[in-house]
Design a binder for this molecule. Sequence first.
Ligand code: ADP
Length: 317
Amino acid sequence: MRLGVLTSGGDAPGMNAAIRAVVKAANYNNIEVIGIKRGYQGLIDGDIQRLTSLDVEEISDKGGTILKTARCLEFVEELGRRKALELLKKLDIDALVVIGGEGSFRGAEKLHELGIKVIGIPGTIDNDLAYTDYSIGFDTTLNTVLECIGKIRDTDYSHDKTTIVEVMGRYCGDLALYSALAGGGEIISTPEKKLDFDTICSKLRLRMSNGKKDNIVIITERMYDLQELQKYIEEKLKISVRTTVLGFIQRGGNPSAFDRVLASKMGIRAVDLLISGYSGRAVGVKNNKIIDVELENVNTEVNVKQDNYNILDVLLH
Ligand code: ADP
């Protein structure tokens, strides 16, 4: 068997640890690995490199992805996928590991339908794939968010200020939710539990009347016009408010131990599945156990983690 591996969609810290595990597991089983550059674009352009165990020796602590990643519109079209299929055949690659998010998995599913053996590994900081408790990169990003919020908090405390902090997540509130669980914020608003402006103000007012003058409001990206929200709070509560968008600082950085271990376990499972003849499946983790599910069952539908919101009610009351 000859195995291809690629990273696709948004980069996530820990992707390199997954590449390492895939290459190591394949080589352990005498399977050659071809690294495909820039996601599906590399499958169309023939941008590839052979990966040996030596090539992946010291990559697991590095953020980003050594294979680079891209968004490839051509691959969404059937013609693009045909080109990719031809290249896979030409290179004698009969199995592929795709490390990426939901979009990348949709692409992987299409290749599976075309007869290529494919396994997906979830690499996305957003943690927006409902079938898995965690995706690779989420833990690292959560730690980065908490580090940034810690710095904001120092100055907020010193000046009795309130700050709105916008975090990533696309349409999933997990980064905001887990940040608040970890003590990073006093009020949170997520796509799963969206607060209107007045509710945010009344929560802030209550905290201020209880003597807490510095407050952090964590919100998920894409939910509000931030300037409008800031102005609304300022006018309603007669306080000055700051807004910080953490932005792309959240994507990079050395992966946490958790993400590296998770990526390693998932990479090994992906290769095991391919060796056992499985295809069209995505690896995940549920209740601390590595699992795999059919790619067609993977989606980003709203997944309200009610248990966690119940805990937040206690912590943030
Ligand atoms: P992510 O994998 O992080 O969710 P994207 O949604 O941008 O990122 O998807 C990454 C790539 O996966 C796209 O650029 C495209 O090449 C491929 N892809 C996404 N959706 C599909 C689809 N429906 N069919 C085929 N390929 C797709």
